[in-house]
Design a protein around this ligand. Structure first.
Ligand code: C2E
Ligand code: MG
Ligand code: MG
Ligand code: MG
Length: 277
């Protein structure tokens, strides 16, 4: 009897895996078509200085709006784009779109506002990744330092030296580098000093509880580590005033979160900047 039920479980499991695979292939096919049809949008979430209260930049975040007008979360489609390799083309588009936006900001006299873009492992693996980024800043005539690449610790999992070499080259050209979701991924304390970083981003998971007694140790330690390393420290996922108060007391430099603004389309970001003067 036991054997029989195991068998039944196996069949059920196999069926689920097949469904999952079909779903994934369908999504990838739809993503490819929708990307070709210009259905991906780049939205911007403001980042503010805790000292001046002014916007200092924005993180560019992909949005996928299907033909039916439904938004699909990046948490769902970015892993599929990475798995299928589509992220290389999409990532190229993101970088060029961000550079275009940096130029618009300059023309609107928001000279101090930079844009951060997230980059994935497969993008680093192509031969001309470094050149493609430098070329984008040249093509759009923007200062490289206005463009920031957000990498996660996981990017070092495979071939750390390849990634570190690429980042060192990019940094030498003036591109800014941030370490995103710090403390949540593959542990890389030994690599931390080899990365040519400008900013450390404290992950939202460490910010959620910081206003509660005894819940702020990790966030506080990361802020302190960043300061010791002469990096700017930005906290993400601030939703409440009490969290902001704690971050100010700890000397965190910058913030990003729903408390200030959610990600928004490019034109709304310009309006947000005009109202932030
Ligand atoms: P991430 O890079 O850590 O981006 C921050 C995420 O936190 C964004 O989710 C943002 O909307 C969300 N967030 C910001 N403030 C708050 C807050 O106060 N509360 C809450 N609950 N959430 C907040 P989003 O836009 O859904 O993106 C998810 C992830 O998808 C990103 O995490 C990033 O890893 C990836 N992603 C997004 N766009 C791109 C892209 O262009 N390229 C690549 N490679 N990955 C991307
Ligand atoms: Mg990010
Ligand atoms: Mg993050
Ligand atoms: Mg994240």
């Amino acid at each position: 009897l036991a054997k029989k039920s195991n068998h039944a479980n196996f069949v059920y499991y196999k069926k689920e895996m097949e469904d999952e695979t079909l779903w994934r292939l369908g999504m990838i096919r739809q993503l490819r078509t929708d990307f070709a049809d210009n259905r991906l949008e780049l939205w911007y979430q403001p980042q503010l200085s805790l000292i001046t209260g002014k916007v200092i930049g924005a993180e560019a975040l992909l949005r996928w709006r299907t033909a039916e007008g439904k938004f699909i979360s990046p948490a769902v489609f970015i892993p599929l784009a990475e798995y299928s390799g589509l992220i290389v083309e999409i990532g190229d588009w993101v970088i060029n779109q961000a550079c275009k936006q940096i130029k618009v900001l300059e023309q609107q006299k928001f000279d101090h506002v930079g844009i951060s873009v997230n980059v994935s492992i497969p993008q680093f693996k192509r031969d001309n990744f470094v050149d493609s980024i430098i070329q984008a800043t040249i093509n759009h005539d923007v200062k490289p330092s206005k463009l920031e690449l957000e990498i996660t610790e996981n990017i070092l999992m495979d071939e750390p030296q390849v990634v570190i070499d690429a980042l060192v080259k990019l940094k030498a050209e003036g591109i800014s580098i941030a370490l995103d979701d710090f403390g949540t991924g593959y542990s890389s304390m030994s690599y931390l000093q080899q990365l040519p970083l400008d900013r450390l981003k404290v992950d939202r998971s460490f910010i959620t509880g910081i206003a509660e007694p005894g819940q702020s140790l990790i966030a506080d330690t990361i802020i302190n580590l960043g300061k010791q390393m002469n990096l700017k420290v930005i906290a993400e996922g601030i939703e409440e005033e009490e969290q902001q108060a704690h971050l100010i007391a700890q000397g965190c430099d910058e913030v990003q979160g729903f408390f200030y603004a959610k990600p928004m389309p490019a034109d709304e970001f310009l309006t947000f900047l005009r109202n932030n003067k």
